[in-house]
Ligand binder design. Structure first.
Ligand code: ADP
Ligand code: ZN
Length: 846
């Protein structure tokens, strides 16, 4: 009998899958999407079975190792459509298959050592009775059961990871250990628990900086404890700054945003007693506690009715349909989503709603919960790994057929999906910028198509891609032209900075300053927008004019943060104490140049007496503090809110009647084909915050480049005119949506090695592009731009080079990338190691 083999995606960074033999004793080959335990070198890992069409030929099956165990006993972990999605992504994004499958599964479920088994007292007694005899509990131990129990007894009270029990290469081998374990567990002889890195889900760990080595610390000693980890330095600095305000205690989970591995960084700091820990009761999941007041559907406006009619037709016909739902803030898009999903639910189907940053928009999740109650699962970044796993299980079993979440929620295993909504579809956060560089909006469309479901892309400022597809008829174009409660659009005034000089401290022109004072005097609120955090953007030497550089990056400058009295590099996280003298000439006169949100906040407080100012950016507000700031401002406990682009997301502040944009053209100078589009979107989105209540709003934009189309059309609220204009520019250069891009990056510590590899790949791709051109006989069919040093040449000591592939059609791009695939990844070792990666449909060129 020829043996059966399957291809398994294993979560390792190698760009390949691995084949395994299905043990002859297994009646069936596990279906695609099933999690299995596999031997991998000396380890046992969790893998996912791939579809049979990619399985290896069984001829050389003799050389293959056997699958160890099936982990899913209630159907495959991943539904078939997600399996197909993963396969498609690995190909389209030229990404390692194991990493793609890992995206689709909650972290804990792919963690082989996540389940711990330990023997119970009853288990001990059962063993004492010895061998396969009847115990007092009348449990008959089979030989296998006695074997497993003995292993666990030897392991002691801490128990063993379940995978240790299935090791094939450890002498005496147990036939199907997990089944044995399950029997022992149900007989009460063994207890198995999840080894959640977050610990108990009812409590959470808080951390605080101790007094040890604080003021006047011996820097060398401190450095010794911290070691070479930049992250650890950042963590300690963060904790240090928390001691300056409040009692210094901070929940470890709250640090997870900026420092995903915060817990792993702690041990040396704990050992040196620089930090201390405390377990505290966990606050409830803010998105699960207290169901909001139920709400019922509103009678749709005419535009809403038309949109719903189109979408319903597609749902009833069970055909794939992608629709662009375009309408300004407050035009009733969310109400359309809600009513569409009510229809989907009435047919017994489920839905996914993707939003840019769920933590910033709790109101949106609440509106869904008010309409659908317990049917909604909110996947947000504050969930612990265990809570995430629980939510995922509930979704998979169909208990929560409506899922709201950011980017990765696009993989949620919702059964029978009828609709996928992408709200604020233009938002850059849908693109993952490391690892597998996927775009959740595009994935949503691929998934909807494979399920014959409806996809709705909603935005006030659609991406040029989506807009162009809507105009060409590829997407259904649905427009909400009027707000249900009519309200005039805010007036937008452009203030040329060449005429009206801005105060160097507050960045305010006289006009804007006066408008703020007037607005506050009337008891109304102001939002000020500046896309730069920190106190100043940089420290400049008054003697020689040298900027204080990050030692590890080539970015122009370090940002000075007053609250921490530190220089901070926003690229790599490098932190240093503010120097007393210039690193270049030794002069002691260091001047602040440029202004960040922190400095504007302070200057305003000084300049506008009696006006209460709050700040919102990644420094001032994370986690709960962020929600607190938003709630405070909404309760009108401050007159002015100064913030970064976090302010552009869908907040609803009824009291705001004035929005000031301090540097409206700031983003235009970036070397990026989407610079104009982003500026237009940002201006429009930020303007959308003005006049949400019953009072009209006004927007004031300070800028130098007042005639730029992005600014002019934003002033006129004319998205179509802007898109039209911008599309012409893209057409001329062949940039998306009129062409297709892939960015190849090479990085490494050794500049010469990086350049050499970039040039080698460049020659290869240059030849490939030439081959495409000669076959198709066209000039701009395929071109290679570069290789050149990246705009930011060095980040965290790594030199960076890049090259851009641009094609008119998708097919030649995919062909070239497939050719390139074997040449990607790490090469050489040690200091000479370089890494080459590809970013398909790149959103950032820096
Ligand atoms: P968007 O998502 O486009 O910003 P929303 O759906 O949030 O718009 O609608 C803005 C406001 O108008 C909300 O307060 C909503 O409850 C209300 N609204 C939406 N549709 C209707 C309708 N058909 N009739 C009355 N009010 C509506
Ligand atoms: Zn740096």
């Amino acid at each position: 009998m020829s043996r059966r083999a399957v291809s398994v995606a294993v979560a390792v960074a190698l760009d390949r899958a691995f084949d395994y033999v299905v043990p002859d004793a297994w009646p069936q080959v596990p279906v695609a999407g099933t999690r299995v335990l596999v031997p991998f070198g000396p380890r046992v890992l969790v893998g996912v079975v791939r579809p049979t069409k990619v399985a290896a030929p069984t001829a050389d099956a003799k050389a293959l190792r056997e699958l160890l165990h099936v982990l899913d006993d209630d159907g495959p972990a991943l539904p078939r459509d997600v399996v197909d999605l993963c396969e498609w992504m690995a190909d389209y994004y030229v990404a390692p298959i194991g990493e793609v499958y890992r995206l689709a599964l909650p972290g804990l479920s792919t963690h082989a050592d996540a389940r711990i088994a330990a023997i119970t007292d009853a288990g001990r007694r059962a063993l004492e009775v010895a061998g396969p005899l009847l115990t007092r509990e009348v449990v008959a131990l089979t030989k296998a059961e006695a074997q497993v129990l003995a292993t666990l007894r030897d392991a002691g009270a801490t128990g063993l990871p379940v995978t240790k029990l299935v090791r094939a290469d450890k002498g005496k081998r147990v036939a199907s250990p997990l089944a044995v374990l399950a029997r022992l567990e149900s007989a009460g002889l063994v207890s198995a628990t999840w080894n959640d890195p977050e610990g108990d889900t009812r409590t959470e760990t808080w951390v605080r900086r101790t007094d040890l080595m604080r003021e006047g610390a011996n820097e060398d000693e401190l450095q010794r404890v911290i070691g070479r980890s930049k992250q650890r330095r950042v963590l300690l600095d963060e904790l240090e700054s928390r001691r300056d305000d409040g009692d210094g205690w901070v929940a470890l989970g709250e640090l997870r945003g900026p420092l995903p591995r915060a817990r792993d960084l702690l041990p040396p700091l704990l050992a040196a007693k620089l930090v201390e820990l405390e377990e505290r009761p966990r606050s409830l999941d803010p998105f699960a506690a207290g169901v909001p007041e139920p709400s019922s559907p509103q009678a749709p406006t005419r535009d809403q009715a038309t949109a719903l009619q189109e979408l319903r037709a597609a749902i009833e016909a069970r055909v794939y349909r992608c629709a662009l739902l375009q309408g300004i803030t407050g035009s009733g898009k969310t109400e359309v989503y809600l009513q569409l999903i009510a229809d989907v639910r009435a047919r017994g189907q489920g839905a996914i709603v993707l939003v840019p940053e769920i933590a910033l928009t709790p109101q949106l999740a609440d509106r869904f919960r008010a309409r659908f109650g317990d049917e909604v699962a909110v996947l947000h970044s504050g969930l612990t790994p265990r809570q995430r796993l629980d939510a995922w299980q509930q979704i998979r079993r169909g208990l929560r057929p409506i899922v709201i979440g950011a980017r990765s929620a696009v993989f949620a295993p919702v059964p029978r999906i009828g609709a996928i909504v992408v709200d604020e579809e233009h938002d850059g956060s849908f693109k993952q910028e490391d690892g597998v560089r996927y775009h959740a909006r595009d994935i949503a469309l691929v998934r909807a198509r494979s399920l014959s479901a409806v996809a709705v892309l909603g935005s006030a400022t659609p991406s040029l891609e989506s807009w162009a597809h809507a105009r060409s008829g590829r997407y259904t174009w649905l427009r909400l032209r009027e707000r249900p409660t009519p309200r005039p659009l805010p007036t937008v005034e452009i203030i040329p900075l060449s005429v009206h000089r801005a105060d160097p401290e507050t960045l305010l022109t006289g006009r804007l300053r006066q408008a703020i004072a007037e607005t506050a005097a009337q008891g109304e609120q102001v939002i000020l927008f500046l896309n730069r955090r920190g106190f100043t953007t940089t420290l400049v030497c008054g003697g020689c004019g040298t900027f204080q550089h990050c030692p590890d990056c080539s970015a122009p400058s370090m940002t000075y943060h007053l609250g921490r009295h530190r220089l901070l590099c926003h690229l790599c996280g490098h932190i240093e104490a503010t120097p007393d003298r210039c690193a270049n000439c030794g002069a002691t006169e260091l001047v602040h140049a440029g202004v960040g949100t922190e400095r504007v906040e302070l200057a305003l407080q000084r300049d506008l007496a009696g006006i209460r100012v709050l700040r919102l950016d990644r420094d001032a507000s994370r986690g709960k503090a962020l929600l607190d700031t938003l709630a405070k401002f909404r309760r009108h406990e401050a007159d002015v809110l100064v913030g970064t682009q976090m302010l552009s997301k869908g907040h609803d502040f009824p009291g705001v009647t004035l929005v000031g944009i301090l540097q409206g053209d700031q983003g235009l100078a970036l070397p990026d084909p989407r610079a104009a589009e982003r500026t237009f979107q940002l201006l429009t989105q930020v303007s959308g915050r003005a006049g949400r209540g019953d009072r009209p709003g006004r927007v004031m934009v300070q800028a130098w480049a007042v005639d730029h189309p992005a600014i002019r059309f934003a002033q006129q609220h004319d998205h179509d005119a802007f898109a039209e204009h911008e599309l012409e520019q893209r057409e001329r250069l062949g940039n998306p949506p009129c062409g297709h891009l892939a960015l190849c990056r090479v990085q490494g510590l050794e500049p010469a090695a990086v350049e050499a590899r970039a040039r080698a790949i460049g020659r290869f791709l240059g030849d490939a592009a030439a081959a495409v051109r000669s076959k198709h006989g066209g000039e701009s069919i395929a071109e290679l731009l570069g290789p050149v040093p990246s705009p930011i040449e060095r980040i965290d000591r790594r030199t960076r080079w890049q090259m851009l592939l641009r094609t008119r059609q998708r097919a030649p791009l995919r062909w070239m990338l497939a050719e390139l695939r074997p040449k990607l990844g790490a090469q050489d070792s040690g200091a000479r190691q370089t890494t080459a990666t590809v970013d398909v449909d790149p959103q950032s060129m820096l």
